[in-house]
Design a binder for this molecule. Structure first.
Ligand SMILES: Cc1ncc(COP(=O)(O)O)c(C=O)c1O
Length: 376
């Protein structure tokens, strides 16, 4: 099937690019001894898990259904974490999770008896330091509810814990700043870590970014693991899936109101939500910075400010023309929604052989069912 025959909007995951990231992950594991679990919150399109499985050790989750999905479709180690579990959630996930990590000492006290003898028990700690560009995504932000701060720790809880989890990075491209965070963790929590079997350092370490100092990261992880006698984990999401996937759209109209806007058959609010939430403009494959034809790439939703980006093209855009919105895998497919009844993008994978495989498609029946199954 050639790409031009596919109906837009659609996501195209490129296997060769995915493998490139996974090879870097493999190198990091070999150099450092760290284990890597895929953060399903970022990417859980299980149709390509067969490509990822040989490289990573398992999955980590942020809610009960992700635990089940990881266990069913990925295998390996299944880590379960949630900011807030119900008793029912804990009962459901304890049987299938290898590690169950609570967010607070109160959740741990309430539910540990449901986990004992089943999963390895963990607690999230909050180091109070972080590398995160935006406050919204900063786990160490003021009044953070994510994990236990050093000052609030009841030292006795560590007597019956197997491990702890920290997560304090968001798209951190600097090995030096990550090493500084590790030093701070060692200093604040070292006495507790020495009693643990495992420590997860969370996600947000952008070790697949071009030029990332992988050896420096690996050496620091190795030294930390040896110092505290623990098995280390990282929970990468974005680092695994970065720059692997285009969201392909069609220009359906061009309007002008001081600026030209090309309206496409997709919307950030429905199909690429983080563009909107974090106000981070998308990049378009066909665009050329500084070229003469300036356009807003606007969405077809009703939200006035819903746009992908403003950019320039060498030639005027035409109605019917396709555009490739780059780097559209992380935190996109997991957040798709039916706002405005806009057609949901299909999902494809371009295999390294060139073959295009359909992983998902959606229709009116999916839209209708998402709204009600039964009427009054
Ligand atoms: C606890 C935890 N682990 C892992 C991740 C994955 O982060 P990333 O996709 O930036 O690597 C996140 C992201 O929010 C997280 O909250």
């Amino acid at each position: 099937m050639s790409h031009s025959q596919l109906q837009t909007p659609y996501f195209m995951i490129d296997e060769a690019k995915l493998i490139q990231n996974l090879e870097t992950a493999k190198k990091l594991k070999e150099l450092s001894g760290v284990k890597l679990v895929l953060a399903l919150k970022c990417f859980s399109t299980w149709g390509v898990f067969d490509i990822i499985k040989p490289y990573l050790d398992g999955t980590t989750s942020s809610g009960p259904y992700e635990v089940k999905l990881g266990h069913e479709t990925f295998g390996g180690e299944t880590h379960a974490y949630s900011v807030g579990y119900t008793a029912q959630d804990v009962l459901e996930v304890a049987d299938i999770a290898d590690k169950l990590i609570f967010n607070s000492q109160s959740q741990l006290a309430h539910y540990r008896h449901l986990v004992e003898g089943k999963a390895s028990l963990g607690l999230r700690l909050n180091p109070g330091v972080s590398v995160a560009g935006q406050d919204l995504a900063n786990p160490a932000r003021k009044y953070s509810r994510l994990g236990v701060q050093a000052a609030h720790i009841d030292a006795q809880v560590f007597d019956a814990l197997d491990g702890v989890m920290f997560h304090m990075n968001c798209e951190n491209k600097s090995a030096d700043s990550f090493v500084a965070l590790l030093d701070s963790i060692s200093e604040q929590f070292g006495q507790y870590l020495d009693k643990m079997q495992w420590v997860s350092l969370g996600g947000g370490v952008f070790f697949t970014w071009p030029g990332y100092e992988l050896e420096k990261l690996a050496a620091a992880l190795k030294a930390f693991a040896e110092k505290h006698g623990v098995q280390l984990y990282l929970e990468p999401g974005e680092a695994i899936i970065t720059k692997t996937t285009d969201l392909v759209v069609t220009v359906v109209d061009i309007v002008e109101n001081e600026k030209k806007t090309a309206i496409v058959d997709s919307a950030t609010e429905a199909h690429r939500l983080d563009t909107l939430i974090y106000d981070e403009p998308a990049s378009i494959l066909e665009a050329t910075d500084g070229a003469p034809h300036h356009y807003v790439i606007g969405s077809c939703s009703c939200l006035a400010g819903d746009q992908f980006c403003e950019t320039q093209f060498a030639e005027p855009l035409q109605i019917g023309q396709r555009l490739h919105i780059l780097d559209s895998a992380g935190y996109t497919m997991v957040k798709l929604n039916w706002f405005n009844g806009i057609k949901m993008p299909s999902i494809y994978c371009q295999r390294s052989s060139g073959e295009v495989v359909k992983l998902n498609e959606f229709g009116y029946a999916d839209f209708k069912r998402s709204l009600s199954q039964w009427s009054v």
